[in-house]
Design a protein around this ligand. Structure first.
Ligand SMILES: [Fe+2]
Length: 473
């Protein structure tokens, strides 16, 4: 029954709709791609898929992306400094933006983007978005302070698989158990975008998984290889291109490396510079050199106390036979030279916290003598796909996990950065503190809070006593 409506919508919007989905006839011939149960993701007469993103200076700039049905042609938001009574409309100003249409198996939709500028630092604002049936509810966020100020952020590895079924509880547990999360960073592969589920359904699930949290807490996403879709070049060669959802879902700062502006950027938030790189473009699309140069410049000009770099393919792998040689060769020396504090990654569908390439024992021995700490390399995973640990992962990282969904809470306060890793059900799994010394270097202390036992598979048995769900890579 959905098809005639969809044809009609397509006809109505033939001039404006970006037909990035496969044409209908071709779709008919293609193998059936599984759909989300109940088909809940058609665009409606009220905004959905609302994602707040920070401007490069989130004390003054924020942006929002959302989706409506085609009837809401105007992109219109209202924003006001939050008051405590139900009178937000009185002093709200209207901000307009731009929109782009997108067809999908859920029908056509308009994706809108609005940028809020000239905001006051460290101030609570409320905004609402226009749909053809009326306004959304008021959604509330706080701008960053203009200077260093303690804050908390959430770091998520690959959501990618079992997005609604499994990853949603991890994200919800993170928000439920940890008040005051002011930012969320995503280390890539937010959705799978292969043949396991219709892509529009995947993005519907991704939005449903965190719901209004994406609309009230700014999101800092990095691309993974799954944000790219396959492309056959005119000469028949296989290549990749950025999938259509990325630029629609995220209104990101336009301050990245010149050839990869859609997927590289930085954000300064209360004394932390977050730098986002695109490993897939670096590895497969020839932008490694440009990104490395930009990374070095962006770190050199950083006035932040802490520098955190976020990307997908890890420098040190916990699942694959070999480390990402090109990334390691290009970026690790820059991280060390410029004293990056945290390197947040995904891709390997296991957990790893690595503080020394020489291994866990060497790292602990060095720490015992007061050695300074270089970049700490993290890999984590949120969704349901799991890879088995490789052999090195048993001695090289300080801590690892297999077949475990996780989230990470990071508290930054002055000279101290507190990093805690929790399992899906909220148990403390790993933790360390970085302390900035008067010499400008970090020292790492392991948490003394009780953590649960190390989680790995034993033969075919998983850490929860059932089957091991991690597969060898
Ligand atoms: Fe992944």
């Amino acid at each position: 029954m959905a098809r005639p409506r969809r044809l009609l919508l397509n006809a109505l919007t033939a001039l404006t709709v970006t037909m990035s989905a496969t044409p209908l006839l071709a779709q008919k011939a293609a193998p059936e791609v599984p759909r989300s149960v109940g088909l809940p993701y058609a665009a409606r007469n009220l905004p959905d898929r609302v994602v707040l993103t920070p401007g490069a200076d989130p004390s003054r700039n924020m942006a929002v992306a959302y989706r409506t049905d085609l009837a809401q042609t105007a992109t219109e938001a209202q924003i006001a400094i939050a008051v405590d009574g139900p009178t937000l409309e009185e002093k709200a100003r209207t901000v307009t933006g731009s929109s782009r249409a997108k067809d999908s198996a859920n029908g056509a939709a308009l994706y809108h983007q609005v940028r809020f500028s000239d905001l006051t630092p460290d101030t609570v604002y409320a905004y609402r978005l226009k749909g053809s049936a009326g306004w959304s509810e008021w959604l509330q966020f706080r701008t960053a302070a203009a200077e260093s100020k303690p804050f908390r952020f959430l770091y998520l590895g690959d959501i990618q698989n079992g997005i609604l079924t499994y990853a949603s509880r991890v994200i919800r547990q993170a928000f439920h158990a940890n008040g005051g999360i002011e930012l969320v960073v995503h280390a890539g592969d937010l959705a799978a975008q292969r043949d396991d589920l219709d892509h529009d359904d995947e993005w519907g699930e991704w939005n449903q998984a965190a719901g209004y949290n994406y609309a009230i807490v700014p999101q800092i996403p990095a691309t993974g290889n799954h944000e790219y879709v396959d492309l056959t070049l005119p000469n028949g060669q296989e290549s990749r291109k950025l999938g259509p959802y990325w630029p629609l879902q995220f209104a990101l700062p336009d301050n990245g490396a010149a050839p990869v502006k859609a997927t590289t950027y930085f954000v300064d938030y209360q004394g932390v510079r977050f730098i986002v790189l695109d490993g897939t473009s670096a590895l497969d699309l020839g932008t490694m050199e440009a990104q490395t140069r930009w990374l070095d410049d962006t770190l050199a000009t950083s006035k932040a106390k802490w520098n955190v770099v976020l990307f997908h393919q890890p420098v040190f792998t916990c699942a694959r036979p070999n480390d990402m040689a090109e990334i390691k060769a290009a970026w690790k020396p820059v991280f060390e030279k410029r004293r990056v504090d945290l390197v947040l990654q995904g891709h390997d569908h296991c957990y790893s916290r690595l503080t020394s390439e020489a291994g866990r024992a060497a790292s602990a021995a060095a720490r015992a003598t007061g050695a300074i700490q270089g970049p700490v390399y993290l890999v984590s995973v949120t969704g349901s796909k799991m890879y088995a640990l490789n052999d090195r992962a048993r001695t090289q990282p300080d801590k690892t996990a297999e077949a475990t969904e996780l989230y990470q809470i990071v508290d930054v306060a002055g000279d101290r950065l507190k990093f805690r890793t929790f399992t899906a059900s909220g148990k403390l799994y790993d933790g360390f503190d970085l302390e900035r010394g008067s010499d400008g270097h970090n020292r790492l202390t392991e948490t003394t809070e009780p953590t649960i036992a190390v989680r790995t598979c034993t033969g075919r048995t998983g850490p929860d006593g059932g089957r091991c769900v991690s597969r060898g890579k």
